[in-house]
Design a protein around this ligand. Structure first.
Ligand code: KDG
Ligand code: MG
Length: 402
């Protein structure tokens, strides 16, 4: 069997997606997600200029060798653009292998380690009262785990508060929108939010929260400590993780569990965090961390250190990524939770998929491969639209992390 063609499909059914379609001489094809929010065209160029020409003629069954070829062979290793491109190839090749075998990917990866994949949904509101109502709505929809984000008094906007009630898309303008951030206002408000949520709903549901890289380690220690009575499932991205050592300081001050890694692209980004047990959940996922081949390696390392998986699953990760992640989640022994931010109806129509949601759990389905397809004719009706993620400034105008 040989790879005869590989095409990059860009579409925007509500938001931009980059998909790689790898075709073979016996008619089987595989799909991989290559979407990098706000930087989509860089991955398209990397794939078209540097990856696709070297793929043609290869045996698609040689997944590990092809992964090593594009990782080691590039000389310029790692980085989100390179690793998203490698992920797309890797995902497409696993999809082909599953289709040839007539098996869903979780079967190729050792079978089911659990019956279903617990997912968390996003409840958010412009203020505390609206966020409480939204958490109630997610409980009614059957979620066992709910992420709560709220507008902060005194701040015009913040991360995680959607204009639409089920879908959240922060990449809203061709040129980045500027937001304003105040750590003091946030630190004052955040514990009140979780105090109110536990007072109203008790402790039956898992509650999660995303700090979105906005605190220093010592501030994160303080917040984690003040959230301890409300027993969060995790606090996410408390501080930027380029400096992995910073998490030692957080750990010295709080036992609130920590999740990190949605912006990671290799195992090295998480090496100290995992081996020193500085985090509890690793959030790397299929598309930005080199595909299933590399993510499974990260999960194996994490398993040795009691770190569980919590794959990123925002709307900018396409259904192809979601279907693959669900197969990974079902099979990996140290799974923790899967993020599930629903896609719009337009996106779901462009990417017909086998996965389903039922009472707080998701199931990848039993279609061979990852179980997600693309309707290319429909995709062509939604051309690419430039969109960037926002940026943040402090009240005095200095740039901050968004
Ligand atoms: O593209 C950026 C989003 O994926 C990110 O802001 C979402 O932090 C996020 C999350 O936890 O889903
Ligand atoms: Mg996040």
């Amino acid at each position: 069997m040989k790879i005869t063609a590989a095409r990059v499909i860009v579409c925007c059914p509500g938001r931009n997606f980059v998909t790689l379609k790898v075709e073979t001489d016996d008619g089987v094809y595989g799909l991989g997600d290559a979407t990098l929010n706000g930087r989509e065209k860089s991955v398209v160029a990397y794939l078209e200029e540097h990856v696709v020409p070297a793929l043609i003629g290869r045996d698609p069954a040689q997944i590990e060798d092809i992964w090593q070829y594009f990782y080691r062979g590039a000389y310029w290793r790692r980085g989100p653009v390179t690793m998203s491109a490698i992920a797309a190839v890797d995902t497409a090749l696993w999809d082909i292998k599953g289709k040839v075998a007539g098996l869903p990917l979780y079967q190729l990866w050792g079978g089911k380690s659990r019956n279903g994949v617990m997912v968390y949904g996003h409840a958010n509101g412009k203020d505390l009262a609206e966020t409480i109502d939204e958490v109630a709505r997610y409980i009614d929809m059957g979620y066992k785990a709910i992420r709560a984000q709220s507008g902060v008094p005194g701040l015009a906007s913040t991360y995680g508060v959607a204009k639409d009630r089920l879908f959240y898309e922060p990449a809203d303008a061709a040129l980045a929108t500027e937001n304003m951030w105040s750590t003091a206002k946030y630190l004052d408000f955040c514990p009140k939010l979780f105090e109110a949520l536990r007072a109203r709903f008790g402790f039956e549901h898992h509650l999660l929260h995303d700090i979105h890289h906005r605190l220093t380690p010592i501030e994160a220690g303080l917040l984690g400590k003040s959230l301890e009575p409300y027993r969060l499932f995790w606090m996410e991205d408390p501080t930027p993780a380029e400096n992995q050592e910073g998490f030692r300081l957080i750990r010295q001050h709080t036992v609130t569990p920590i999740a990190v890694g949605e912006v990671f692209n290799t195992i090295y980004d998480a090496q100290a965090l995992i081996t020193e047990q500085l985090i509890d959940y690793i959030r790397a996922t299929i598309v930005h961390a080199g595909g299933p081949t590399h993510l499974r390696r990260i999960a194996s390392l994490a398993d040795l250190y009691h770190v569980r998986t919590g794959c990123h699953g925002a709307t900018d990760l396409s259904p192809v990524c979601m279907g693959t992640a669900l197969n990974f989640d079902l099979s990996v022994p140290n799974f923790g939770v899967q993020e599930y931010m629903r896609h719009t109806e337009e996106t779901d129509a462009v990417f017909p998929h086998a996965y389903t949601f039922e009472r707080g759990y998701m199931y990848p389905g039993d279609a061979p491969g990852h179980g997600v397809d693309i309707d290319e004719k429909l995709a062509a009706k939604y051309p690419y639209r430039p969109a960037s993620l926002p940026v943040n400034r402090l009240e005095d105008g200095a740039m901050w992390n968004w």
